[in-house]
Ligand binder design. Structure first.
Ligand code: HEM
Ligand SMILES: [Cu+2]
Length: 500
């Protein structure tokens, strides 16, 4: 088992594929920076440093939530495509279709929000339709149609990927290594990317289908108000979709770590039976944990809430544990070259673990009685999104620009300062939310009590640092992508370069 060729590493992209991949990355960079500015504006307004009309706050919150979640999934999908295409046949048209539908969806969502829609990214029926004069049913329709377009695009990508995986491995179970769960010799060369990718093909497709059902039901209700739908059932579908969809950004993003970490550490990171068990368990559990969003809905059958609580304790752990263990043993005693990609990957592990742990706490019924709908919630998910998922994405982007011929080492002084500012700013920012949760600050509120404002102000300072650093990274990566000579194969990137 050769150390650095555990996986085929020819990642050259032909002209058209490179254009599409770059388009995904550039779009994501622009969206993240703009949506961060939207988030910062909200935080500054809670901190009473900026005056934002109350309605506008909720339009911003809808835009920021839907936009960030959509962007996180869109860009981690690009990462999954980038690596999965080395092992199974993926059609570029499916990847392009996903992008086009995503952008059409973004336009619809923007129209809806511009027209006043402010019922948030996981709206509660009958809210989207009854805007009580603040927004029109038409604006809600635009928003929901935007969601549908994005979901359809994502499904097309997954179905194409499923076809590729089945053509290569026979069926999805074999692709996930299930025949090796109870015995036999695990093929160490079986790509972890295929295991994780297949898991998300299954789980996220089901989640998106649940979301599509709820959207269609809501649209029918919007057109024919006499046809009522069950609010609790709709809420269940929406949170099934919402939990699954945002989690998919982590589980697709982690492919970056599986593919890249061992290349920078120079140490093999082979597949193991434990790894397969972790993914098998998480694939099932991630689908049944969503009732933790309904713990305070007294009409929900008790046993479903118990399932939600128990599944929450166990859902993230298998993959989190095998990944953290695998990654840390991979780094331990390696000759790691601490350029930007491995730095981002280690930060991602930290963000994912701490954010995930804060999530498990809140999904315990006793704790949820106190923490429900406090800022503990945005606290935990900003930890695993900002410091977790986005860090995985930045690892991929820095790797991508580092793979170019004559690329300057992705490890300049400015890069390191930027990383430090992002880390410190990010920690201060999420501390503001988490401490807000401890003090009982309600989430999703345009206006805060005076006693709460201090946490908003602390967080705002952190957020400014994050936005500054992210703006630098975006410019830096764009310059890296489009300046200089065309990319070369990323065979053993950076390792050959003593500086980087
Ligand atoms: C500088 C960076 C960021 C800032 C300043 C920021 C700010 C905010 C604020 C103020 C809220 C409302 C919290 C409340 O309920 O009171 C929020 C919610 C949210 N943010 Fe961020 N955020 C940032 C980055 C991100 C990132 C990177 C993501 C995802 C990848 C994200 C996803 C979300 C989501 C999903 C919500 C929930 C929306 C809702 O409650 O409906 N944010 N953010
Ligand atoms: Cu959840």
């Amino acid at each position: 088992m050769a150390s650095l060729t555990l996986y085929p590493q020819d990642e050259r992209l032909a002209g058209r594929e490179r254009t599409v991949f770059n388009l995904y990355l550039v779009t994501a960079l622009v969206l993240v920076v703009v949506l961060m500015l939207v988030g910062l504006t909200m935080r500054l307004s809670q901190a009473t440093w900026v005056a934002l009309p109350k309605n506008t706050f909720f339009q911003f919150l809808s835009l920021h939530g839907a936009g960030m979640v959509g962007t996180a999934v869109m860009v981690t999908t690009a990462g999954m495509w980038f690596f999965l295409r080395k092992y199974v046949r993926l059609h570029t048209w499916a990847f392009v279709t996903n992008y086009v539908l995503f952008m059409l969806g973004v336009v619809c969502i923007l129209v809806g929000i511009y027209q006043g829609y402010a019922a948030l990214w996981t709206y509660l029926y009958p809210l989207p339709v009854s805007g009580m004069g603040i927004w029109s049913p038409a604006s809600a329709a635009w928003f929901m149609i935007g969601y549908l377009l994005i979901g359809v695009g994502q499904l097309i990508f997954y179905f194409d990927a499923a076809a590729g995986v089945i053509a290569k491995h026979g069926n999805l179970g074999r692709a996930m290594g299930w025949p090796w769960l109870f015995g036999g010799t695990v093929d160490p060369e079986h790509p972890k990317t295929v295991v994780a990718g297949t898991s998300m093909i299954i789980a996220n497709s089901l989640g998106i289908l649940a979301g599509a059902v709820s959207l269609v039901m809501s649209l029918v209700n919007l057109l024919y108000p006499d046809i009522k739908i069950d609010p609790l059932f709709t809420k269940s579908l929406i949170y099934w979709f919402g939990h699954m969809y945002i989690n998919a950004s982590i589980y697709m993003g982690v492919i970056v770590i599986y593919e890249l970490l061992s290349r920078y550490s120079g140490k093999p990171y082979p597949l193991s039976r434990v790894f397969l068990w972790g993914w098998a368990a998480t694939t099932i559990l991630v689908l049944i944990v969503f009732p933790h969003h309904l713990l305070m809905d007294f009409a929900m059958p008790h046993w479903i809430l118990v399932v939600g609580q128990v599944a929450s304790w166990s859902s993230g752990f298998p993959v989190l544990l095998v990944t953290a263990w695998g990654a840390l043993t991979n780094v331990y005693r390696s000759n790691m070259r601490w350029s930007m990609p491995p730095r981002w990957m280690l930060l991602a592990l930290f963000g994912w673990i701490t954010g995930g742990f804060a999530a498990v706490l809140d999904s315990t019924i006793r704790v949820n009685l106190v923490m429900h709908n406090t800022q503990w919630v945005p606290g935990h998910f900003h930890t695993y999104l900002l410091l977790g998922v986005l860090a995985m994405v930045l690892a991929l982007m820095y790797h991508w620009i580092g793979a170019r011929r004559n690329a300057p080492p992705a490890n300049s002084l400015l890069d390191r300062i930027g990383f430090f500012v992002y880390l410190i700013g990010g920690l201060i920012f999420v501390y503001g939310f988490l401490d807000g949760g401890r003090r009982g600050v309600a989430r999703r509120m345009a206006e805060h009590w005076p006693e709460w404002v201090v946490t908003d102000q602390i967080a705002s300072v952190g957020a400014v640092l994050v936005v500054l650093a992210m703006t630098y990274f975006a410019l830096r990566i764009l310059a890296g992508m489009f300046g200089g000579s065309p990319p070369e194969s990323s065979r053993v990137p950076n390792l050959a370069d003593p500086a980087g």
